[in-house]
Design a protein around this ligand. Structure first.
Ligand code: OSB
Ligand code: MG
Length: 378
């Protein structure tokens, strides 16, 4: 049993190595919440809540996640002892929405549980490989020429597949330029919901000739039905990201043919328990999945690598080397790309990473501690 004694939340802001521009806007820094749990017997667990500064990718932000954690989820953590991390999403099932807030806390419980059992997250989740193939997600650049240079940089480093961000007007020409320069590289695109159905019909059919692995989330962030219509008209497989928030949406999307592939992000779906369930649903449908990314620190990156070691993660994930995101991470561990385009899954207990408190302090904007017995329900 895990009995939580202390909870600390940190609102962090980390400078990115390069601005990351998508159809929803550009960012030079990344905000997130770090969750620290301490048990009665002195175990330490860490989690990362991937909500951002503004509600662009989803409704959640660091501010909504902080509020829901403070008023609802932290009191819930103190209200019972925890036999297993998957008991937390069950206890929090009455809380509608707020998946990233829930996932940040669940991740810290997985880390604690792994340390208590002396087992890695990979082992706990049922992972089947020690290294996973990875790709890189490249934001919209100044011009197609600039994009080709950026792609060349990452191909030279050994990344196994390239994902480029698109939006209406920066789609066909960008893809054509990259394809011409790299005729054989596994290539996919991500629109982050920037198209309506009519524009998608007009512009995305032209992508069929470029042999893309997939087109990610062209239509609205909460849509399934129009993706189904679009998929019927395209040869290229559609992959859903934003629209898949839980296992029921995954099942329905695959049943109706709204996509053929799913991007799984533990934060978007409420935690590693739900992420694993979506993996299982897709596997039963014969649909491949891959691990998405939210520009995580070493904490969330370790969790993503463990998740991506499950058997149906057969496409390379958006899990890149630390240096691609940050000059200095908050974990002692630095993640690097192997020469064969894979990354190693951490093997230590829990997440298998060590947080550098000095570095965490330097990127913290605001922190607060809650202690058992001093917290009343919100
Ligand atoms: O849509 O996959 C996305 C980052 C922030 C928000 C949404 C997305 C992304 C990425 C980053 O593509 C992938 C990564 O972490 O390398
Ligand atoms: Mg995406």
């Amino acid at each position: 049993m895990l009995r939580i004694q202390d909870v600390v939340l940190y609102h962090i802001r980390m400078p990115l190595q390069h601005p990351f521009v998508t159809s929803t806007g550009g960012r030079q820094e990344r905000d997130a919440l770090i969750v620290e749990l301490r048990t009665e017997d002195g175990l330490e667990g860490w989690g990362e809540c991937v909500a951002g500064l503004e509600p662009r990718y989803s409704e959640e932000t660091v501010y909504t996640a902080w509020a829901v954690m403070e008023r609802i989820l932290i009191p819930l953590l103190f209200a019972q002892d925890w036999a297993h991390p998957s008991d937390f999403p069950k206890a929090a099932a009455w809380v509608r929405g707020h998946p990233m807030a829930k996932a940040g806390i669940e991740m810290a419980l997985w880390d604690l549980y792994g340390k208590q059992q002396n087992r890695s997250l990979m082992t706990l989740l049922g992972g089947v490989r020690n290294r996973v193939p990875v790709g890189v997600s490249i934001g919209i650049q100044e011009s197609p020429q600039a994009l080709v240079e950026r792609v060349a940089h990452f191909v030279a480093q050994g990344y196994r597949r390239i994902k480029i961000k698109i939006r209406p007007g920066r789609d066909v020409d960008d893809v054509a330029a990259v394809r011409q320069a790299f005729p054989d590289i596994p290539l996919q695109v991500d629109a982050n919901a920037a198209y309506d159905l009519e524009t998608a019909r007009k512009r995305l059919k032209a992508l069929d000739e470029f042999n893309l692995l997939l087109i990610e989330q062209p239509l609205a962030y909460d849509d399934l039905w129009d993706h189904r219509a679009l998929q019927q008209e395209l040869q290229t497989p559609l992959c859903l990201d934003e629209s898949i928030r839980h296992r029921r949406a995954a099942r329905q999307a695959l049943e109706m043919g709204a996509c053929r592939i799913i991007n799984i992000k533990q934060g978007r779906v409420g935690g590693l328990t739900e992420a694993t369930a979506i993996h299982d649903v897709a596997m039963a449908h014969g649909a491949p999945v891959w691990c998405g990314g939210m520009l995580e620190t070493g904490i969330g990156r370790a969790a993503n690598l463990a998740l991506a070691s499950l058997p149906n993660f057969t496409l390379p994930g958006d899990i890149s080397a630390t240096e691609r995101y940050y000059a200095e991470d908050i974990t002692e561990e630095v993640f690097t790309l192997n020469p064969d385009g894979t990354m190693n899954v951490p093997r230590g207990p829990g997440l298998g990473v060590h947080v550098r408190r000095d570095r965490l302090a330097r990127v913290t904007l605001h922190a607060r501690r809650w202690t058992r017995g001093e917290v009343t329900h919100g």
